[in-house]
Design a binder for this molecule. Sequence first.
Ligand code: NAP
Length: 324
Amino acid sequence: MDSENIYDVVVAGSGPGGMTAALYASRANMTTLILERGAPGGQLINTAEIENYTGYKSIPGPDLASKMYEGALNFGADYQYGDIQDLIDHGSYKEIKASGKSYFARAVIIATGAEHKKLGVPGEESFNGRGVSYCAVCDGAFFKGKDIVVVGGGDSAVEEGNYLTQFADQVSIIHRRDELRAQKVLQDRAFNNDKIDFIWDSVVEEIMGDDSVSKVRLRNVKTGEVSELDTNGTFIYIGLVPNSQAFAGLGICDDQGWVITNEKMESKVPGIFAIGDVRQTVLRQVATAVGDGAVAGNEAFNYVEEFKDSLTKEKISQSIKESE
Ligand code: NAP
């Protein structure tokens, strides 16, 4: 076991929440490591414009991500690649196993976010990257002058549907009910967009094509009627699933995998906090993730301070050696 990598705080994930937590933790003079398996920014990287984060009328997601990244490292936090496989609670310290390495911390802040849920229909996997996409910002430009469908009725489907009309000729939003879940401002924008039409009360049962997507099979959930719709692409936005598999063994998640915390962002395991989209919460936004990150960074400081004398780096190092 490698006993070198001992930090006050390890932040798992570098979305807006994780980067804010790292800023607060390192500014409070704690040795802080951010572990991330992708690029800094989380879902920001795949978001064209953010227009509900205070201070910016509108800002491209990747631009906000790089500003947050600069801020996160400004007070000395380390940043390393790491795909987290396990988080072990040794009581006085925690062990994070990531990409074949072990890291140790007095406190861990889980900020691993969530990823797009899959439809689970035939063709979804086989046409992934050949007409099936979960990222309008990444793939929208491939659909210039084409017809596409967007599946879902929440903020993501409607916002990204609007975004995709700058490339596509026609965007059909397929929703399983006859009422959208999305914020009113996004709905109004879509209803007023000539390039968007809605297919209500319908689900996609299969995505079909040869080299790439050419049609989808739909079923009207009210009438049972099955139909086929020609399309060049299928963008799927039917919600999120938490990236919490690595923490399942700790018993800190609800039955859907969201990490349960109190208002201090504490999970039920002392020294383990959770923030942002991975947390069981009522609102998942950049602003809420940032707020969670500030609270967790501060609470992690209080936690580490409380045990600062009994939990020195030397004592942790000794415990690690004894357990080897
Ligand atoms: P969401 O809010 O959970 O909405 C998912 C949508 O997909 C719902 O309309 C749902 O239908 C539908 N759906 C779920 N499972 C389905 C299935 N198997 N087949 C067909 N349709 C299905 O997810 P989201 O839109 O990805 O948003 C995730 C979170 O990010 C939300 O908290 C959202 O507010 C936030 N967000 C915010 C912004 C913003 O503020 N600008 C932008 C994007 C996302 P029902 O309505 O019938 O359940």
